[in-house]
Design a protein around this ligand. Structure first.
Ligand code: ZN
Length: 98
């Protein structure tokens, strides 16, 4: 399912890899993903979903990353860990293309 690319504005942003990290402190489901677009965008995305409290909530954030950082993200995906330095980075909302 393609997403809207924040760089070229086309509906061509794709998730190429996705690994479930399992539940976190505040979330029931967490997934760490790699994203790419034909325009040259590379990065990662983090999906989290909570079914606690009143109703469901979910967040899906994308991060623009250099190739060297993506190599580190791949290592974290292999260990099913969230990179501690990922979330403080500037992010954009992952938006499904129509
Ligand atoms: Zn693009």
């Amino acid at each position: 399912m393609p997403f809207q690319c924040p760089t070229c504005a086309n509906p061509t942003l794709e998730i190429t890899e996705s690994v479930e990290l399992g539940p976190g402190d505040d979330d029931d489901e967490r997934s760490l993903q790699l994203i790419t677009c034909p325009c040259g965008l590379t990065g990662a995305a983090f999906y989290r979903e909570s079914r606690r409290g009143s109703g469901e909530s979910w967040h899906h954030e994308g991060f623009l990353l250099e190739a060297a950082t993506i190599a580190q993200i791949r290592e974290h995906m292999a260990r099913r860990e969230l990179p501690a330095d990922l979330l403080p980075r500037p992010s954009f909302a992952m938006t499904l293309a129509d």
